[in-house]
Design a protein around this ligand. Structure first.
Ligand SMILES: Cc1cc2nc3c(=O)[nH]c(=O)nc-3n(C[C@H](O)[C@H](O)[C@H](O)COP(=O)(O)OP(=O)(O)OC[C@H]3O[C@@H](n4cnc5c(N)ncnc54)[C@H](O)[C@@H]3O)c2cc1C
Length: 508
């Protein structure tokens, strides 16, 4: 038995949205929590989603009323608690009578409007597409409804920060390689991805929140049969120069009865997705195929006047949905498999409990986390009540983005609007952590010098240092594709310089 062992109440495996959500909830309720993530936070499914806080209009077709109701109600809670990284988004649904009749869409949208209480989001209505519509002229009418947008990767980092503020230990780039029950506790071995040094933990409860790896954690780490099989379903997205300049997203129906979103993205782009393809490989190796790119271009081309092809794709990504295997309904199409979550608690007589998460959505991460911590609460006498419903995420304590931008502009009149907007949408109030403390009253932009080296596209040394110090950013990819999306604009030279700077800081 090693001598250097850290004792915790809960050890969480997995730094996706569900793992950090559980760590945040549990730490805030007084538990001593440690979380390990084998790569970067949000490096798997939780940064490769469609980035919607939604009830899931199309799930109504599969009679998933309970899931839709739960997610619709949660939508409002999340939007109120993180105004920096989430905001309302209107969706336009062009009508195609041959695919779904108007009465069916009206009924679906009526349910969508009324299944849960709605205070922030406007209701649905029908629309006529005018001559300035970006759609082909054959689309003359449709519907409009509300859902929400989220920066998925930043949601994960902000939850991890909230967990840390409540005392949790967050360990990215650290894999859980073994977890064994001994004498009423879990003996856990973690291994650092860079140094391969091992650390030993003793945990009262183990949480398996490994997303698409949840079953393989049973096989390889816990060495026990998984209680639930997962159905891994790949979903891919493409990013192209913006197809239109209107603020709405579009939800497009395809002849295969699937739907595809076209979402305004990072000011100058459109995000198009997603696909549903059963997946058997290693989730870490998932990648978009040329068939998927062609499919997504085809669906967009069927609707929009502006035509695109594979050569217009500036970026693409793919993720693996860890869905609950439906048992007797196996063989069903991937797009109809449930997006709901379930967790199992395995607590043999005298043995330490294990809670495992299967399935889920970004939209339901907070509820899932609260439910999970409730489920392990009988094992802790000192645990306090749920708290996250009314808690803002770090940096989110402001009323609206325009109000915060106006406030910051008063203190930092030399800042460009584009940087201010990006920082408010990424960090909210946290951006003052890397802005210079001294104020400048004239407009000659003296403050930019105080931000240090400019790596390109508005990314300054002060922000990079902050991300490395406070947000666990380790390499250029962490910053360019997860803490920000500046990877869309950086060239190879700029990436190399950023990587070189970060590398040098590690060796200081
Ligand atoms: C294409 C697509 C579109 C989606 N769109 C939406 C959407 O618009 N709205 C929505 O609400 N939901 C959406 N989802 C669903 C949502 O993204 C997922 O439900 C959610 O991100 C799952 O989070 P997770 O924490 O369970 O898994 P993950 O984010 O995959 O996290 C699991 C983590 O565990 C780590 N891990 C695994 N094994 C170990 C180990 N041994 N040691 C340490 N770490 C380990 C992995 O590295 C990984 O980071 C979408 C999903 C996909 C794939």
């Amino acid at each position: 038995m090693p001598t250097n062992v850290t004792d915790v109440d809960v050890l969480v495996i997995g730094g996706g949205v569900n793992g950090v959500g559980i760590a945040m909830d549990g730490a805030g309720r007084g538990l001593k929590v440690a979380l390990c993530e084998m790569h970067d936070l949000a490096s798997a499914t939780s940064s490769n989603s469609s980035k919607l806080i939604h009830g899931g209009l199309r799930y109504l077709e599969h009679y998933e009323f309970a899931l839709v109701k739960k997610a619709l109600a949660e939508r409002e809670v999340l939007l109120a608690n993180a105004p920096h990284i989430m905001w309302p988004l209107r969706f336009r649904l062009p009508h195609q009578g041959a695919l779904r009749p108007a009465w069916m869409l009206r009924l679906g949208l009526y349910l969508y409007d009324h299944l849960a209480k709605r205070s922030q989001l406007p209701s649905s209505h029908s629309v006529r597409f005018s001559t300035n519509s970006p759609l082909k002229s054959s689309f003359t009418k449709g519907f409009e409804y509300s859902d929400g947008w989220v920066d998925d990767a930043r949601l994960v980092v902000l939850c991890a920060m909230a967990a840390q503020q409540h005392g949790a230990e967050i360990k990215p780039r650290t894999a859980c390689i073994s977890a064994q029950r001994t004498q009423g506790v879990w003996q856990v071995i973690l291994e650092n991805a860079d140094t391969h040094t091992q650390q030993h933990y003793r945990a009262k409860v183990l949480i398996n929140a490994a997303g698409p790896w949840a079953s393989s954690v049973f096989d390889k780490v816990i060495e026990q049969a998984a209680p639930q099989q997962l159905r891994l379903v790949k979903g891919s997205h493409i990013v192209v120069p913006q197809l239109h300049s209107q603020p709405q997203a579009y939800i497009l129906q395809h002849i295969d009865h699937r739907i595809v979103f076209v979402i305004p993205y990072e000011q100058h782009f459109s995000l198009i997705g997603t696909t549903d393809v059963d997946y058997q490989g290693d989730p870490a190796q998932v990648a978009i195929s040329t068939d998927e790119i062609d499919y997504l271009c085809q669906v967009a081309n069927d609707h929009f006047s502006q035509q695109i092809s594979a050569k217009d794709v500036v970026w693409s990504y793919a993720g693996v949905r860890p869905l609950i295997e439906a048992g007797q309904a196996a063989g069903q199409q991937a797009q109809t498999a449930s997006r709901d979550y379930r967790f199992t608690v395995d607590a043999p007589q005298g043995g330490a409990p294990l809670l495992s998460v299967f399935g889920g959505k970004l939209t339901t991460y907070r509820l899932l986390s609260e439910d999970a911590v409730n489920a392990i609460s009988p094992y802790f006498a000192h645990i306090s009540a749920p708290w996250t419903k009314d808690a803002t995420l770090p940096g989110g304590d402001f009323s609206s983005q325009p109000a915060l931008i106006a406030q910051l502009r008063q203190h930092y009149p030399w800042l460009n609007h584009s940087e201010l907007q990006r920082w408010v949408r990424s960090y909210g109030r946290l951006c003052v952590e890397f802005l210079p403390k001294t104020q400048h009253s004239n407009h000659t932009k003296p403050g930019y010098q105080a931000l240090g080296e400019h790596f390109g596209c508005g990314l300054y040394q002060a922000e990079v240092d902050y991300l490395m110090r406070q947000e666990w950013a380790y390499n250029a990819n962490d910053i360019l594709w997860r803490r920000t999306k500046l990877g869309l604009s950086f060239n190879e030279q700029q990436i190399a310089r950023l990587q070189q700077y970060m590398q040098a800081k590690h060796t200081l």
